[in-house]
Design a protein around this ligand. Structure first.
Ligand code: AFP
Length: 338
């Protein structure tokens, strides 16, 4: 039979749409510490749930998903309807995917045991971060950390499977529901960003090999906290201002972090006199972003040590967070510790 090679060049008639997340995950599978496809499946499950959540968010205001759900979570914060929707979507996707044995979620008091005797992975997730921004149409996000369980599969889940240091994450990432929906993840070999093409229902590689500027000119803090924080942090902020830095604060950690990653800057959520451990949750907010920050050349500290070195004592533990451009985080630490 006569054949002909496939000619890709069609001029402008069919422009290339690029590399899908799925293809990218597959192509990078061999880089994973345990290259059996399980971790790839978890990333796919998270991507799937994030597409559904993205759809729900984009309908907010039209469908009945805005406003309070009528309950508070373990942090004592009022749950929004979309917090609950996102929690269900991610947990369901991780359950059906079949690779995860336990989930730690901002929205649940205790560890969720998925009763999956084969699951080798534990996921910590903030299904919808920045939920106070939902009703006002401002960017929100999802943050996730993936760990390999320590104990043998089939045995009951133990504390050591769940309370792992951030440095033990095998993958981490976030989804930003902003002017477009983006997923950024890392398996420990740099980080890549994917933008969601809604009409095709696919994430496409849009930000390969992300890197964060070592210096930046943005500082990100809730200025309302400043009467209650360590004066050394105020001195650091004054120095930033004198050097010409600009303030930017969205109040959604993922959006604030993502902007600073691309442009260079520092995000600060310090300890205050009222909240000696700050506000940000270690296991499902700080750790994943610290992992990404280090993978893109940035840094993340609690003021004294790397975020990734903190040994968690409880699921919903909080930590002060200083994260972003490496030199800015170093400068902050120096100022804080004299
Ligand atoms: P929620 O997910 O409970 O809304 O928390 C969001 C968050 O942890 C983080 O996304 C923000 O950076 C931070 O809180 C904002 O806190 P303030 O409202 O105290 O500035």
């Amino acid at each position: 039979m006569k054949t002909q090679p496939y000619k890709q060049d069609t001029g402008n008639l069919a422009y290339k749409v690029g590399v899908t997340l799925d293809r990218f995950i597959k192509s990078k599978q061999a880089d994973f510490p345990f290259a059996t496809g399980e971790l790839s499946q978890i990333l796919r499950d998270i991507a799937l749930a994030s597409k559904i959540v993205s759809r729900e968010i984009s309908r907010a205001g039209l469908s009945d998903v805005t406003g309070a759900f009528g309950q508070t979570n373990v942090q004592g914060e009022e749950q929004q309807k979309l917090d609950v929707v996102a929690n269900v979507r991610f947990t369901r996707a991780l359950t059906k995917g079949g690779e995860v044995c336990a989930v730690v979620s901002e929205e649940e008091d205790l560890v969720i045991d998925l009763q999956n005797s084969k699951g080798k992975y534990v996921v910590a997730i903030d299904p919808l971060d920045g939920s106070s921004n939902i009703d006002v149409n401002v960017s929100i996000g999802t943050i996730f950390s993936i760990y390999r369980r320590k104990t043998a599969t089939g045995s009951p889940i133990k504390e050591e499977d769940v309370l792992q240091k951030g440095s033990e994450q095998v993958a981490a990432g976030y989804v930003l529901y902003g002017s477009s929906t983006m997923l950024v993840y890392s398996t420990g070999n740099g980080a890549n960003g994917f933008t969601y093409e809604r009409s095709l229902g696919e994430f496409f590689l849009s930000h390969p090999d992300l890197s964060m500027p070592e210096e930046g000119s943005i500082y990100t803090i809730n200025e309302g906290l400043t009467p209650h924080i360590n004066p050394n942090i105020l001195s650091y902020l004054e120095a930033c201002k004198r050097a010409g830095a600009s303030a930017r604060y969205i109040g959604s950690l993922v959006a604030d972090f993502h902007r600073n990653l691309l442009k260079g800057g520092i995000y600060l959520y310090p300890a205050t006199s009222q909240a000696p451990n700050g506000k940000i949750r270690l296991m499902y907010e700080a750790n994943a972003l610290a992992f990404i920050a280090e993978q893109v050349g940035g840094a993340a500290s609690d003021g004294r040590q790397r975020i990734l070195d903190i040994v968690p004592g409880s699921l919903h533990q909080r930590t002060p967070v200083y994260i972003g451009s490496k030199n800015m985080v170093k400068g902050l630490e120096k100022s804080l510790n004299g």
